[in-house]
Ligand binder design. Sequence first.
Ligand code: PLP
Length: 353
Amino acid sequence: MRKHNFSAGPSILAPEVFQKASEAIINFEGSGLSVIEISHRSKEFLRVIERARALALEIAGLGDEYEALYLHGGASTQFLMVPYNLLQTKAAYIDTGTWASKAQKEAALFGETDVIASSKADGYKYIPKGVTVPTDADYLHITTNNTIYGTEYHHLPETRVPLVADMSSDIFSRPLDYSKFGLIYAGSQKNLGASGSTLVMVKKELLGKVTRKLPSMMDYQLHIKNDSLYNTPATFAIYVNLLVLEWIQAQGGLKALGLCNKTKADLLYNEIDRNPLTIGYANKEDRSLMNVVFNLTDESTQERFDALCKEADISGIKGHRSVGGYRASIYNALPLESVEVLVEVLKEFERRG
Ligand SMILES: *Cc1c(COP(=O)(O)O)cnc(C)c1O
């Protein structure tokens, strides 16, 4: 029996993805070889990475002005790779949480960073609105979904400078005008697959403008020139990525996933709001559809709640160490049924008092 996996990341993937990935480890598409033991320059793997790069852009609805890359080092390496390639004099950052703040800290090594808004003083419970973006900034960086606090942008900030987004925890979870972004990055391990690869989608015209010299592995243009194969990429992780992208398409794309994610989130938030024993963390209008963060109104009841979760085979629901409480991550691949089980547990928790 599988558990109900609410882990924040690495996190749940669709059963079809696990099935196909495990078959490919033994015998990749009937080749007599494992997907892990073939050359990244073999025609079999070239097909994988080409399809994955093309499909990522297709799902995002992005055209030829963009390139998709699969790079190493997680979203955390993008925190520095973005300023390496885009920050000439000054960049604007909106501070909506730990990850956003870490991104800004890295960028400060490369030039001036202007933190134009922050919700830190209020425990990152909301997304700052009505921000004014300096027109002389090289770009504006945002974190579209704040995994730890459970907030998400439902309206993008108005900006004339290129918009750069860390979408690690909400990429491909809803319809979105991706063409509003100059650069998007996401570590794979939440909505895209296994850990080890990072998807970057970048508008080519933004590159090649900084005057600093770039180390090869940090240079987006070099990776583009080498078809995302400058060095050995994370082959297995990219294969899993492709399976996830194909699964997204089979579900009906972002529109269908967006509806499903909304249904799951509404169900859970409604119960958290209704139940006198639980309270949501983030401000309502900024609530994340991916990470539902909540607390118990009486902390002394924690052990009882944990026991009920365990009994129901619920896993990975403990809150981030910096916030405490609980966090139910309800990514694309988490079935509605798992949310229903959690809602039932919350009701039972109330009944038992
Ligand atoms: C998980 C997460 C990260 C960290 O990603 P790594 O791949 O571990 O570097 C960064 N940003 C956000 C929004 C995340 O959710």
